[in-house]
Design a protein around this ligand. Sequence first.
Ligand SMILES: Cc1cc2nc3c(=O)[nH]c(=O)nc-3n(C[C@H](O)[C@H](O)[C@H](O)COP(=O)(O)OP(=O)(O)OC[C@H]3O[C@@H](n4cnc5c(N)ncnc54)[C@H](O)[C@@H]3O)c2cc1C
Length: 248
Amino acid sequence: MKVDLINYTENAVELLILAKRTRRLDIKNTMDEISNMSDEDRNKELDYIFNTISGPWEFVDYTFLISGVTRAFTHELVRQRVGVSFAQESMRIANKEDFEYLDETNHPFYRTEMSNIQKTYSELISEGVPIQDARGILPTNILTKILMKINLRALNNMMNVRLCTRAAGEYQRVAREIRRAVLDVHPWADPVLLPFCVQNHRCRYPNHKDCPIKRKHSWLASDGIALSVKTEARETWEQSCCASPQPK
Ligand SMILES: Cc1cc2nc3c(=O)[nH]c(=O)nc-3n(C[C@H](O)[C@H](O)[C@H](O)COP(=O)(O)OP(=O)(O)OC[C@H]3O[C@@H](n4cnc5c(N)ncnc54)[C@H](O)[C@@H]3O)c2cc1C
């Protein structure tokens, strides 16, 4: 598996700050101000942007070529619909007689079946069956490549759930590579490229028991901190005028 960062928004920090400030100031003055900012002020701005409204994150894009991954993985990848674009190798066109595959089982039956499929696929092609029809017998774990453009907001969503130990092993490995590639060029993005529990201090999947992070940090397993905060917030909200319907 290989993740190459093909393209990215170079002046990302400036754009993030501009997008946040556009609401209030005129753009010319804002750009001048941003370019003269100290590192400390920039970091303060980033901290604010990462902890408040996530709209500005949509102005920062990354394009990855992800290769040597399974169709099983890419099928999961393309379930993400918002803030993301894909282009994938076509098995209607590409002849896959020498296909490679991922074997997570290391079981001899698996390998035997793969070579049977390889043989039958080649026979179908030599019998004149169109590639787009022969592909139906190819395995889910056939290796493929996919191009993905994703903005920072969507990437945060993806990292939250796919760096999580609940995600499929292959997806977790790709997610870690994506994170690494982004941090190589944008180390400041670390706070929003984390598993959900690390970023938000609670587990998103209370029924996910077999988690090494939960085993080590019992507050995650019990949802203790988040639960007490949530209860207090609910009580305050219920006591406020907002919760009661207004009289007609
Ligand atoms: C551990 C794990 C297991 C999973 N297992 C399964 C499974 O068994 N079967 C399965 O089908 N999928 C499964 N999924 C995929 C999952 O259901 C989502 O389709 C996928 O993670 C994309 O997430 P998303 O919808 O948040 O992202 P996006 O599609 O990018 O959407 C981003 C956000 O936009 C909003 N949004 C998008 N579309 C709509 C809409 N139509 N209406 C309202 N709001 C919208 C939502 O707030 C959403 O979170 C799994 C995902 C994970 C992480």
